[in-house]
Design a protein around this ligand. Structure first.
Ligand SMILES: [Zn+2]
Length: 313
Protein backbone atom coordinates (compact mmCIF):
# COMPACT_ATOMS: atom_id res chain seq x y z
CA UNK A 1 0.00 0.00 0.00
CA UNK A 2 1.23 3.48 -0.84
CA UNK A 3 1.24 6.92 0.76
CA UNK A 4 -1.34 9.46 -0.42
CA UNK A 5 -0.23 11.43 -3.50
CA UNK A 6 -1.63 14.71 -2.16
CA UNK A 7 -0.96 14.65 1.61
CA UNK A 8 1.44 11.72 2.14
CA UNK A 9 -0.75 10.02 4.74
CA UNK A 10 -0.69 6.20 4.95
CA UNK A 11 -4.22 6.07 6.46
CA UNK A 12 -7.09 4.98 4.22
CA UNK A 13 -10.41 3.16 4.09
CA UNK A 14 -11.58 0.92 1.28
CA UNK A 15 -14.65 2.34 -0.48
CA UNK A 16 -15.49 -0.46 -2.91
CA UNK A 17 -14.11 -2.95 -5.43
CA UNK A 18 -14.23 -1.74 -9.02
CA UNK A 19 -14.05 -3.73 -12.26
CA UNK A 20 -13.46 -2.80 -15.90
CA UNK A 21 -17.14 -2.15 -16.68
CA UNK A 22 -16.40 -0.36 -19.94
CA UNK A 23 -13.88 -2.40 -21.94
CA UNK A 24 -13.84 -5.75 -20.06
CA UNK A 25 -10.06 -6.09 -20.48
CA UNK A 26 -9.84 -8.11 -17.25
CA UNK A 27 -12.23 -9.94 -14.89
CA UNK A 28 -10.17 -8.68 -11.91
CA UNK A 29 -11.56 -6.38 -9.24
CA UNK A 30 -9.56 -3.43 -7.96
CA UNK A 31 -9.78 -1.90 -4.48
CA UNK A 32 -10.68 1.80 -4.51
CA UNK A 33 -9.70 3.55 -1.27
CA UNK A 34 -10.16 6.98 0.31
CA UNK A 35 -7.30 8.75 2.11
CA UNK A 36 -8.10 8.99 5.83
CA UNK A 37 -6.41 12.38 6.03
CA UNK A 38 -7.32 14.46 2.92
CA UNK A 39 -10.03 12.30 1.30
CA UNK A 40 -8.30 11.66 -2.07
CA UNK A 41 -9.82 8.58 -3.73
CA UNK A 42 -7.43 6.23 -5.54
CA UNK A 43 -6.80 2.71 -6.74
CA UNK A 44 -4.63 0.95 -4.18
CA UNK A 45 -2.52 -1.05 -4.80
CA UNK A 46 -1.74 0.41 -8.24
CA UNK A 47 -1.29 -2.31 -10.88
CA UNK A 48 2.36 -2.72 -11.98
CA UNK A 49 3.25 -0.86 -15.23
CA UNK A 50 3.44 -4.12 -17.26
CA UNK A 51 0.04 -5.23 -16.04
CA UNK A 52 -1.43 -1.74 -16.54
CA UNK A 53 -0.42 -1.73 -20.22
CA UNK A 54 -2.61 -4.80 -20.81
CA UNK A 55 -5.67 -2.84 -19.64
CA UNK A 56 -5.31 -0.37 -22.53
CA UNK A 57 -6.94 -1.61 -25.72
CA UNK A 58 -4.95 -0.96 -28.92
CA UNK A 59 -7.44 1.55 -30.30
CA UNK A 60 -8.05 3.38 -27.01
CA UNK A 61 -8.14 6.77 -28.73
CA UNK A 62 -10.48 7.86 -31.51
CA UNK A 63 -9.45 7.45 -35.15
CA UNK A 64 -12.20 8.22 -37.65
CA UNK A 65 -12.67 5.82 -40.53
CA UNK A 66 -13.37 7.09 -44.02
CA UNK A 67 -17.13 6.57 -44.15
CA UNK A 68 -20.23 8.74 -43.78
CA UNK A 69 -21.03 7.64 -40.20
CA UNK A 70 -17.49 8.43 -39.07
CA UNK A 71 -17.53 11.81 -40.78
CA UNK A 72 -20.77 12.59 -38.91
CA UNK A 73 -19.12 11.45 -35.66
CA UNK A 74 -16.13 13.69 -36.29
CA UNK A 75 -18.44 16.64 -36.97
CA UNK A 76 -20.17 15.90 -33.64
CA UNK A 77 -16.77 15.78 -31.91
CA UNK A 78 -15.78 19.14 -33.37
CA UNK A 79 -19.00 20.74 -32.10
CA UNK A 80 -18.77 19.30 -28.57
CA UNK A 81 -15.08 20.29 -28.27
CA UNK A 82 -16.07 23.97 -28.21
CA UNK A 83 -15.94 24.17 -24.40
CA UNK A 84 -12.31 23.03 -24.47
CA UNK A 85 -11.36 25.35 -27.33
CA UNK A 86 -12.93 28.43 -25.73
CA UNK A 87 -11.48 27.71 -22.30
CA UNK A 88 -7.95 27.32 -23.66
CA UNK A 89 -8.28 30.29 -26.02
CA UNK A 90 -9.14 32.50 -23.06
CA UNK A 91 -6.31 31.04 -20.96
CA UNK A 92 -3.71 31.70 -23.67
CA UNK A 93 -4.64 35.35 -24.06
CA UNK A 94 -1.63 37.08 -22.57
CA UNK A 95 0.33 33.87 -21.99
CA UNK A 96 3.10 34.71 -24.49
CA UNK A 97 3.97 33.63 -28.02
CA UNK A 98 5.28 30.08 -27.55
CA UNK A 99 3.47 26.97 -28.76
CA UNK A 100 0.62 25.14 -27.07
CA UNK A 101 1.55 21.54 -26.22
CA UNK A 102 -1.23 18.98 -25.73
CA UNK A 103 -0.11 15.96 -23.71
CA UNK A 104 -2.16 12.92 -24.71
CA UNK A 105 -3.26 14.52 -27.99
CA UNK A 106 -4.75 11.33 -29.50
CA UNK A 107 -5.82 11.88 -33.12
CA UNK A 108 -5.16 15.64 -32.75
CA UNK A 109 -8.69 17.00 -33.26
CA UNK A 110 -8.42 19.56 -30.43
CA UNK A 111 -5.01 20.82 -31.60
CA UNK A 112 -6.30 20.96 -35.18
CA UNK A 113 -9.07 23.31 -34.04
CA UNK A 114 -6.55 25.46 -32.12
CA UNK A 115 -4.25 25.55 -35.16
CA UNK A 116 -7.15 26.78 -37.31
CA UNK A 117 -7.59 29.60 -34.78
CA UNK A 118 -4.01 30.74 -35.35
CA UNK A 119 -2.18 29.09 -32.44
CA UNK A 120 1.14 27.31 -32.82
CA UNK A 121 0.58 23.77 -31.62
CA UNK A 122 2.45 20.53 -30.90
CA UNK A 123 1.13 17.18 -29.74
CA UNK A 124 2.48 14.44 -27.50
CA UNK A 125 1.03 10.95 -27.32
CA UNK A 126 2.28 7.60 -26.08
CA UNK A 127 0.83 6.01 -29.21
CA UNK A 128 3.00 6.46 -32.33
CA UNK A 129 -0.09 5.65 -34.42
CA UNK A 130 -2.04 8.50 -32.77
CA UNK A 131 0.83 10.93 -33.43
CA UNK A 132 0.93 9.82 -37.07
CA UNK A 133 -2.83 10.36 -37.51
CA UNK A 134 -2.65 13.77 -35.78
CA UNK A 135 -0.20 14.86 -38.47
CA UNK A 136 -1.92 13.11 -41.38
CA UNK A 137 -5.51 14.18 -40.66
CA UNK A 138 -5.14 17.43 -38.71
CA UNK A 139 -1.73 18.71 -39.87
CA UNK A 140 -0.72 18.82 -36.21
CA UNK A 141 3.00 18.13 -35.57
CA UNK A 142 2.99 15.39 -32.94
CA UNK A 143 5.63 13.14 -31.43
CA UNK A 144 5.46 9.88 -29.55
CA UNK A 145 6.24 10.74 -25.93
CA UNK A 146 5.09 12.22 -22.64
CA UNK A 147 5.70 15.46 -20.74
CA UNK A 148 8.53 13.87 -18.75
CA UNK A 149 10.57 13.25 -21.92
CA UNK A 150 9.16 15.94 -24.24
CA UNK A 151 11.62 17.19 -26.88
CA UNK A 152 10.97 20.89 -26.25
CA UNK A 153 13.28 23.55 -24.81
CA UNK A 154 12.70 24.54 -21.16
CA UNK A 155 10.48 27.60 -20.66
CA UNK A 156 9.54 27.66 -24.35
CA UNK A 157 5.77 26.98 -24.26
CA UNK A 158 2.85 29.36 -23.74
CA UNK A 159 0.51 26.59 -22.71
CA UNK A 160 0.30 22.93 -21.80
CA UNK A 161 -3.01 21.06 -21.88
CA UNK A 162 -3.75 17.70 -20.25
CA UNK A 163 -7.29 16.49 -20.97
CA UNK A 164 -8.16 13.27 -19.17
CA UNK A 165 -4.52 12.35 -18.74
CA UNK A 166 -3.61 13.06 -15.10
CA UNK A 167 -5.97 10.41 -13.64
CA UNK A 168 -4.11 7.75 -15.71
CA UNK A 169 -0.61 8.62 -14.50
CA UNK A 170 1.20 6.52 -11.90
CA UNK A 171 3.22 9.60 -10.88
CA UNK A 172 1.20 12.76 -11.66
CA UNK A 173 3.67 14.96 -9.77
CA UNK A 174 6.53 14.13 -12.14
CA UNK A 175 4.40 15.14 -15.15
CA UNK A 176 3.17 18.38 -13.53
CA UNK A 177 6.74 19.35 -12.65
CA UNK A 178 7.79 18.56 -16.24
CA UNK A 179 4.90 20.72 -17.55
CA UNK A 180 6.04 23.57 -15.31
CA UNK A 181 9.60 23.31 -16.64
CA UNK A 182 8.33 23.56 -20.25
CA UNK A 183 6.20 26.64 -19.59
CA UNK A 184 7.53 30.15 -20.15
CA UNK A 185 7.07 32.60 -17.26
CA UNK A 186 3.33 33.36 -17.04
CA UNK A 187 2.53 30.24 -19.11
CA UNK A 188 -0.72 28.40 -18.50
CA UNK A 189 -1.46 24.79 -17.64
CA UNK A 190 -4.98 23.52 -18.36
CA UNK A 191 -5.91 20.25 -16.70
CA UNK A 192 -9.20 18.40 -17.10
CA UNK A 193 -10.22 15.26 -15.21
CA UNK A 194 -13.34 13.55 -13.89
CA UNK A 195 -14.49 15.24 -10.66
CA UNK A 196 -15.11 12.87 -7.75
CA UNK A 197 -16.90 15.70 -5.91
CA UNK A 198 -19.68 15.41 -8.51
CA UNK A 199 -23.31 14.44 -7.95
CA UNK A 200 -22.71 11.61 -10.42
CA UNK A 201 -20.10 9.98 -8.18
CA UNK A 202 -22.26 10.47 -5.08
CA UNK A 203 -25.24 8.96 -6.87
CA UNK A 204 -23.56 6.10 -8.75
CA UNK A 205 -20.44 5.19 -6.71
CA UNK A 206 -18.55 2.30 -8.30
CA UNK A 207 -20.84 2.48 -11.37
CA UNK A 208 -19.77 6.04 -12.17
CA UNK A 209 -17.95 6.19 -15.49
CA UNK A 210 -15.29 8.49 -13.97
CA UNK A 211 -13.95 5.62 -11.83
CA UNK A 212 -12.93 3.73 -15.01
CA UNK A 213 -10.98 1.05 -13.18
CA UNK A 214 -8.27 -0.04 -13.65
CA UNK A 215 -7.15 2.72 -16.08
CA UNK A 216 -7.92 5.61 -13.71
CA UNK A 217 -5.45 5.41 -10.85
CA UNK A 218 -6.81 8.53 -9.11
CA UNK A 219 -10.34 9.87 -8.68
CA UNK A 220 -9.59 13.52 -7.98
CA UNK A 221 -12.04 16.03 -6.57
CA UNK A 222 -11.62 19.66 -7.68
CA UNK A 223 -9.93 20.52 -4.37
CA UNK A 224 -7.49 17.56 -4.62
CA UNK A 225 -6.32 18.71 -8.04
CA UNK A 226 -5.90 22.29 -6.86
CA UNK A 227 -3.87 21.19 -3.85
CA UNK A 228 -1.68 19.01 -6.07
CA UNK A 229 -1.16 21.84 -8.59
CA UNK A 230 -0.34 24.27 -5.79
CA UNK A 231 2.33 21.90 -4.40
CA UNK A 232 3.88 21.57 -7.89
CA UNK A 233 4.32 25.34 -8.32
CA UNK A 234 1.01 26.41 -9.90
CA UNK A 235 -1.70 28.85 -8.91
CA UNK A 236 -5.33 28.09 -9.88
CA UNK A 237 -6.93 30.94 -11.82
CA UNK A 238 -10.18 29.50 -13.19
CA UNK A 239 -12.42 26.43 -12.99
CA UNK A 240 -15.09 25.04 -15.30
CA UNK A 241 -17.41 22.24 -14.23
CA UNK A 242 -19.28 21.59 -17.46
CA UNK A 243 -18.06 19.99 -20.65
CA UNK A 244 -20.59 19.29 -23.39
CA UNK A 245 -18.31 16.56 -24.73
CA UNK A 246 -17.73 14.75 -21.45
CA UNK A 247 -20.41 15.27 -18.82
CA UNK A 248 -23.63 14.03 -20.52
CA UNK A 249 -21.75 11.22 -22.33
CA UNK A 250 -20.11 10.16 -19.05
CA UNK A 251 -23.52 9.90 -17.41
CA UNK A 252 -24.91 7.91 -20.35
CA UNK A 253 -21.93 5.51 -20.23
CA UNK A 254 -22.37 5.10 -16.47
CA UNK A 255 -26.01 4.09 -16.91
CA UNK A 256 -25.49 1.96 -20.04
CA UNK A 257 -21.81 0.98 -20.44
CA UNK A 258 -22.71 -1.69 -23.02
CA UNK A 259 -24.14 1.03 -25.33
CA UNK A 260 -21.03 3.24 -25.21
CA UNK A 261 -19.95 3.53 -28.88
CA UNK A 262 -16.22 3.57 -28.09
CA UNK A 263 -16.57 0.52 -25.80
CA UNK A 264 -18.45 -1.39 -28.54
CA UNK A 265 -15.69 -0.55 -31.03
CA UNK A 266 -12.88 -1.45 -28.61
CA UNK A 267 -14.57 -4.73 -27.61
CA UNK A 268 -15.23 -5.49 -31.30
CA UNK A 269 -18.86 -6.33 -30.57
CA UNK A 270 -20.38 -7.92 -33.68
CA UNK A 271 -23.46 -5.92 -34.72
CA UNK A 272 -25.57 -5.71 -37.83
CA UNK A 273 -25.83 -2.28 -39.42
CA UNK A 274 -29.35 -1.80 -37.97
CA UNK A 275 -28.38 -3.01 -34.51
CA UNK A 276 -25.50 -0.59 -34.55
CA UNK A 277 -27.76 2.29 -35.53
CA UNK A 278 -30.37 1.31 -32.89
CA UNK A 279 -27.74 1.19 -30.14
CA UNK A 280 -26.22 4.50 -31.27
CA UNK A 281 -29.63 6.19 -31.23
CA UNK A 282 -30.55 4.75 -27.82
CA UNK A 283 -27.20 5.89 -26.39
CA UNK A 284 -27.68 9.34 -27.89
CA UNK A 285 -31.21 9.55 -26.43
CA UNK A 286 -29.87 8.75 -22.93
CA UNK A 287 -27.10 11.31 -23.47
CA UNK A 288 -29.58 14.04 -24.44
CA UNK A 289 -31.86 13.14 -21.51
CA UNK A 290 -28.82 13.51 -19.18
CA UNK A 291 -28.13 17.10 -20.21
CA UNK A 292 -30.43 18.87 -17.67
CA UNK A 293 -29.00 16.87 -14.75
CA UNK A 294 -25.40 17.45 -15.83
CA UNK A 295 -26.04 21.18 -16.31
CA UNK A 296 -27.61 21.36 -12.83
CA UNK A 297 -24.72 19.58 -11.08
CA UNK A 298 -22.20 21.79 -12.90
CA UNK A 299 -24.12 24.94 -11.91
CA UNK A 300 -23.73 23.80 -8.27
CA UNK A 301 -19.96 23.34 -8.81
CA UNK A 302 -20.41 19.57 -8.64
CA UNK A 303 -20.04 18.76 -12.35
CA UNK A 304 -18.70 15.37 -13.34
CA UNK A 305 -15.55 16.89 -14.86
CA UNK A 306 -13.34 19.74 -13.72
CA UNK A 307 -11.24 21.91 -16.03
CA UNK A 308 -8.69 24.10 -14.28
CA UNK A 309 -6.56 26.93 -15.65
CA UNK A 310 -3.40 27.32 -13.59
CA UNK A 311 -0.54 29.79 -13.93
CA UNK A 312 3.07 28.91 -13.33
CA UNK A 313 4.14 30.58 -10.08
ZN1 LIG B 1 -4.32 12.28 1.50
Amino acid sequence: MSACLVCGSAQFQQLFLASDRLYHTTPKQFPVVRCGECGLVRLDPQPAPDELRRFYPDDYWFAPEENAASRLEELYRRVVLRDHVRFVEQALRGAGAGPLVDAGCGGGLFLGLMRQRGFRVAGLDLSAEAARIAWQRQRVPAVCGALVNAPFAPESCAGVTMFHVIEHLADPRAHLIAARALLAPGGRLIVQAPNAASWQFRLLGASWNGVEAPRHLFDFRDRDLERLLESCGFETLRRKYFSLRDNPAGFASSLAPSLDPMARRVRRIAESQWMRLAKDLLYFAILVASVPFTVAEAACRAGSTIMIEARKR
